[in-house]
Write a protein that binds this ligand. Structure first.
Ligand code: HEC
Ligand code: HEC
Ligand code: HEC
Ligand code: HEC
Ligand code: HEC
Ligand code: HEC
Ligand code: HEC
Length: 260
């Protein structure tokens, strides 16, 4: 080694530069990226969350801990406004009118277009062949999501556990308690159902036995072992939940092997 002093200086320098980079990166990651404003009320200006609080105090109080409360909007003069107006649009005209339904404010509960602008992947799922009914008679984002609350996945009293919370309110037949429950439901309905939409009937994440084999497979050579014996001949007859087989897939009150 010719000059260990210079060598260690270089190492120190590199380490320092690395640390600064890391720090910059960490700060960057901690700060939520400003969002391009998507909900547009023509002619209106941003008034900020504290102005909304004048008339919607309870909503603002809940919202402080909500997922979207961190969103900021960059305005032409560099000012950043928090929260409400990223979904409802700028509120100055609404406030000047003294507020009111349909008064210069967007309500994404009636039309999810605003949500789709920031969540295009969700729109793609809802465009698949099988999806929840939407439109006037249908269900909307806020049937399953609580936009103002701390828990954006609607927290409601649940029977099988928190995971199926948004589904329980409408699908009690599947989420009610059973004598012989299917433990898969404890992991949530989304283990088998694609919540926003699917290419498969019944919103299933897979249309064949693979739906079940993800959790149940015990492959011995070319034999699929299930329930203590080979299931190969049965699996050839159709999906596991087809007639004569595990038709009580969400749970059964009479049969431990999930049949009616
Ligand atoms: C993530 C998007 C989003 C954000 C952010 C948001 N809202 Fe909403 N807001 C909605 C949706 C969706 C509905 C429709 C809810 C419904 O019909 O159950 C709604 C409905 C409302 C309503 C009318 C119905 C009601 O619940 O009284 C008011 C008032 C309201 N929001 C105020 C606010 C205020 C104030 C803030 C900020 C503290 C805010 N919102 C932030 C999405 C949002
Ligand atoms: C001067 C009082 C006032 C202020 C300030 C105000 N609102 Fe409202 N707002 C009302 C009233 C009154 C209603 C009608 C009653 C209701 O739905 O709660 C209303 C209704 C709404 C609705 C439902 C509209 C509909 O067509 O369904 C939304 C969304 C809303 N306000 C959001 C906001 C947001 C976001 C802010 C802040 C940017 C805000 N409001 C500021 C008084 C106000
Ligand atoms: C201005 C852009 C914007 C709008 C409008 C918007 N969102 Fe979001 N949303 C985001 C961002 C960014 C995140 C991620 C926040 C985070 O990581 O904490 C998010 C997070 C979420 C999450 C939680 C995702 C998770 O991983 O936990 C849900 C659910 C959601 N949004 C639903 C909605 C619904 C429903 C609407 C319409 C009522 C809506 N969003 C409108 C930008 C937006
Ligand atoms: C039928 C109930 C239901 C409806 C309706 C619904 N969602 Fe969801 N959404 C869920 C569930 C359940 C999850 C969580 C999935 C998980 O954690 O495995 C979720 C997750 C999300 C996420 C997080 C990322 C992702 O794709 O998993 C976003 C963003 C979101 N929803 C936005 C929306 C928007 C926007 C709408 C309205 C157009 C909407 N959702 C309508 C049930 C629903
Ligand atoms: C606001 C009520 C509501 C909520 C919440 C809801 N659904 Fe639905 N769901 C419906 C309606 C309405 C239909 C269509 C009517 C029908 O065909 O039975 C449907 C249809 C379905 C279907 C297809 C049924 C068929 O016969 O094709 C499945 C699977 C389903 N929902 C699962 C879920 C899951 C999983 C969740 C939670 C992530 C959920 N739903 C949340 C109302 C709801
Ligand atoms: C282990 C996988 C699995 C889980 C977890 C699951 N489902 Fe299903 N679900 C299915 C299968 C498979 C079908 C199709 C049954 C058929 O076609 O006969 C189905 C059908 C449905 C239907 C249509 C009505 C029917 O019985 O045919 C609804 C609604 C439904 N599920 C809701 C739910 C809800 C709500 C949850 C959570 C509480 C849930 N499912 C959890 C596998 C599952
Ligand atoms: C998320 C994982 C998971 C998925 C997916 C799943 N199961 Fe299960 N299932 C379990 C667990 C855990 C148990 C309880 C432990 C056991 O008996 O293996 C169980 C139990 C069962 C039982 C009762 C056990 C017995 O002795 O007869 C049957 C039948 C069953 N599952 C069928 C199915 C079918 C059919 C599917 C596909 C529609 C499916 N499962 C999908 C996790 C899952």
């Amino acid at each position: 080694m010719k000059n260990p002093g210079i060598f260690s200086k270089k190492v120190c320098g590199l380490a320092l530069a690395g640390m600064i980079l890391l720090l910059l990166f960490a700060c960057h990651a901690m700060k939520q990226e400003p969002i391009h404003p998507v909900a547009v009320v023509p002619g209106a200006e941003y008034i900020g969350m504290e102005s909304c609080a004048l008339c919607h105090a309870a909503t603002v109080k809940d919202f402080k801990f909500a997922r979207h409360a961190k969103l900021t909007v960059t305005l032409p003069d560099g000012q950043e406004v928090l929260g409400c107006e990223s979904c409802h649009g700028a509120g100055s005209l609404h406030m000047a009118a003294g507020g009111g339904k349909g008064k210069a404010i967007i309500n994404p509960g009636e039309n999810p277009a605003t949500c789709y602008q920031c969540h295009p992947e969700v729109q793609a799922f809802f465009s698949l062949q099988y999806h929840h009914p939407t439109g006037e008679q249908g269900i909307t984002c806020n049937d399953c999501h609580s936009p103002h609350g701390e828990n954006i996945m609607l927290p409601k009293g649940t029977l099988m556990g928190q995971q199926s919370a948004p589904c329980d309110q409408c699908h009690q037949e599947q989420s009610k308690p059973f004598v012989f429950e299917h433990e898969a439901l404890r992991e949530g309905c989304t283990m088998c159902h694609s919540h926003h939409g699917s290419i498969n009937d019944k919103l299933l994440v897979a249309s064949d036995a693979n739906l079940c084999l993800r959790c149940h497979a015990e492959v011995m050579g070319d034999q699929i072992e299930l329930g203590g014996g080979s299931h190969n001949s049965r699996l050839a007859q159709g999906p596991c939940w087809s007639s004569g087989c595990h038709t009580a897939i969400h749970g059964s009150n009479i049969n431990a092997h999930l049949r009616y």
